[in-house]
Ligand binder design. Structure first.
Ligand code: BGC
Ligand code: CA
Length: 417
């Protein structure tokens, strides 16, 4: 009997040790915000998405959001009068701040704005000859285009009141700083100075792939000039600026994404159904609403849906960091014992991730009993983040990864192999 007992005890100990030392390549991996994909073609990196059976991606529907941004801009312009055409030349001229030419979200937003404004041409690099959806649109930056001769866009048309105007993309550029960081707000703030010096009152509208760049332009120029400026992300400062003439922004529901990022980690760690606390309420009552997200099982991707934030509704969005009442209930430590996880933000100066997404993560890490080690990169070198992952990989029980470049998943998974 004694012998059996000690054998059982030994077996329990071995099992206990074995589970405490789960191999890194068996631990949950959640990609978020930057979807493992080919930065040229957008094709998903299925190897990274199938790294193990506890791997998922959490992001938002880039296409739906991009179409919504385009629609929001057109609605705004159509509701305006002739004063929109500042120099009265019959052309509504806009400039476009592009975030990262190799980032799905940025590409989609450039496409969505161009399609809605009628300036889109088919993407020849993809062999497209007509535009059916925004996926068919050429998303290249054009540099300067005061005379309308650029070939990656064309002049569009819009009716305002009873007058038809030409719509022209006067300039567009990827906002990348000299050391290579993309979506760079400071670069956008400087570039508007160059554009204004060149184009002056030809600029009637500013469109930006995100709020960080849009707000840099707004603060540097368009607020004072009274030129409507449109962003994306619904960061608190951009939402507040709507009261001062910022044209509008899109909420990608960072609360939903931050919760999903940590929730999928939690569920994978607990070995429960991945939809726990998402499609079906957990023991504490947390659950998402169907109108907030969808899940694509084939590619293991969760997508939050987007909503427009305009002068009509911005009051409801003033605090981008507030937790969502639908999923803010504390889990018990019995159901969900504290676990250590590792999470990186690819760029310590990215506006959206640091001012909106990270505070949202910090709302939900506590209620999910996750002890998160937060690390940041510099937005340029994958290796800086990968080194930190290497240092923490054995201690962490799961990982949430935000890459610098969407092509680089293997730099992370090779560390976990
Ligand atoms: C956001 C951008 C941000 C980027 C970082 C996008 O979804 O809209 O503001 O810079 O993510 O990857
Ligand atoms: Ca004009």
């Amino acid at each position: 009997m004694k012998k059996i007992l000690s054998l059982v005890l030994a077996a329990i100990m071995v099992l206990g040790v074995a589970s405490a030392l789960a191999a890194n390549n068996e631990k949950p991996v959640i990609w978020f915000n930057r979807q493992p994909s080919n930065s040229q073609t957008g094709e998903l990196d299925m190897e990274a998405l199938n790294f193990n059976d506890k791997t998922y991606y959490v992001g938002f529907d880039a296409k739906q959001g991009a179409e919504l941004q385009g629609e929001m801009i057109v609605n705004y312009l159509q509701a305006k009068g002739a004063e929109l055409d500042r120099n009265g030349d019959g052309i509504i001229g806009y400039v476009l701040c592009i975030g990262d030419v190799g980032h799905n979200d940025s590409i989609a937003r450039t496409r969505g704005a161009r399609k809605a404004l009628g300036t889109a041409v088919p993407d020849a690099t993809q062999g497209k000859t007509e535009i059916v959806t925004i996926d068919d649109v050429d998303s290249q930056p054009i540099g300067m285009n005061a005379d309308g001769s650029a070939t990656d866009v064309k002049d569009g048309a819009i009716t305002i009141g009873d007058k038809e105007y030409i719509v022209r993309e006067l300039a567009s550029q990827e906002m990348k700083n000299s050391s290579g960081a993309t979506w760079d707000a400071a670069t956008a703030g400087n570039t508007i100075g160059i554009w204004v010096a060149d184009l002056g009152d030809q600029i009637d509208v500013v469109v930006s792939n995100n709020d960080g760049m849009g707000m840099a332009v707004f603060n540097a120029w368009s607020k004072e000039a009274g030129v409507p400026t449109f962003g994306y992300d619904a960061n608190s400062d951009a939402v507040a600026a709507i009261a001062e003439g910022f044209g509008g922004t899109i909420s990608q529901n960072a609360d939903v994404q931050a919760y999903l990022t940590l929730r999928t980690l939690r569920n994978a760690l607990d070995g429960v159904d991945i939809m726990t606390g998402i499609a079906t309420p957990d023991a504490a009552g947390n659950a998402l609403n169907d109108s907030l997200y969808y899940y694509d099982e084939a590619t293991r991707c969760f997508y939050a849906l987007n909503g427009a934030v305009t002068a009509e509704n911005y009051q409801n969005f003033l605090d981008a960091t507030a937790p969502n009442a639908l999923f803010n209930f504390q889990l018990s430590e019995e159901d969900a014992p504290v676990k250590n996880v590792w999470l990186d933000i690819f760029n310590s100066t990215d506006n959206f991730l640091n001012s909106t997404y990270a505070p949202q993560l910090k709302n939900y890490d506590k209620i999910l009993n996750l002890n998160v080690e937060y690390v940041s990169g510099d937005g340029q070198n994958e290796s800086a983040i990968v080194n930190k992952l290497e240092a923490s990989a054995d201690d962490a029980e799961g990982y949430a990864i935000n890459m610098v470049k969407t092509d680089n998943a293997a730099a992370y998974t090779s560390i976990l192999q």
